[in-house]
Design a protein around this ligand. Structure first.
Ligand code: TYC
Length: 130
C-alpha cells in the first residue's frame, strides 16, 4: 500500500466539472485533489495543542515542606513524587511540576503564585513552551 486511500464506490466523488484543475485558495478544502487527480478521503483536520512545562524555581527561604505541599495540592503528586521534585529543584535550581495545555498551565502558575504570596513565601512558579 502507498498510503493513498481512494474513495470507494459507496462514497462517490463529486467532480465539479471541467475546470477541476483550476487553482484554488488555501483552506477551501480542495487541497487533497491537487495535481494527481486522485481523490483522497478527507481527514478531519485536528491539531494537537502546544504543551507547556510548569516550572518551580529554587530559593533559599521557602521551606521544603511548603514546596512538597504545593506539589501535592496543585499538581496532584504523591508525597514521594513531590519530595523528589522538590529535592531536584533544591539541588538543580529549577524543575518541572507538570506539562499542560496553555490555559491549564497558566492557571497552575497563578494558583501557586497566589498561594505562595498569601503564605508570605518567595516561591516562584513559571511556565515555558515545551
Ligand atoms: N531551597 C529551599 C530550602 O532549602 C527549598 C526549596 C525547594 C525552595 C524548591 C523552593 O522551589 C523550591 N529551604
Amino acid at each position: 500500500m502507498n498510503g493513498i486511500q481512494p474513495f470507494n464506490n459507496d462514497d462517490p466523488p463529486d467532480f465539479d466539472g471541467p475546470d477541476d484543475d483550476q487553482p484554488h485558495k488555501p483552506g477551501d478544502g480542495q487541497e487533497e485533489r491537487r495535481q494527481t487527480g486522485i481523490l483522497l478521503k478527507p481527514r478531519p483536520k485536528t491539531k494537537k495543542p502546544s504543551m507547556y512545562r510548569v516550572l518551580l524555581l529554587n530559593d533559599d527561604y521557602t521551606p521544603m515542606e511548603f514546596v512538597v505541599h504545593v506539589l501535592e495540592r496543585f499538581f496532584n503528586k504523591t508525597r514521594q513524587e513531590a519530595t523528589d521534585i522538590m529535592l531536584h529543584v533544591h539541588r538543580r535550581g529549577v524543575g518541572v511540576c507538570g506539562i499542560y495545555t496553555y490555559e491549564v498551565a497558566e492557571t497552575k502558575v497563578a494558583q501557586v503564585m497566589d498561594f505562595a504570596r498569601a503564605s508570605e513565601q518567595p516561591l516562584q512558579c513559571t511556565m515555558e513552551k515545551e
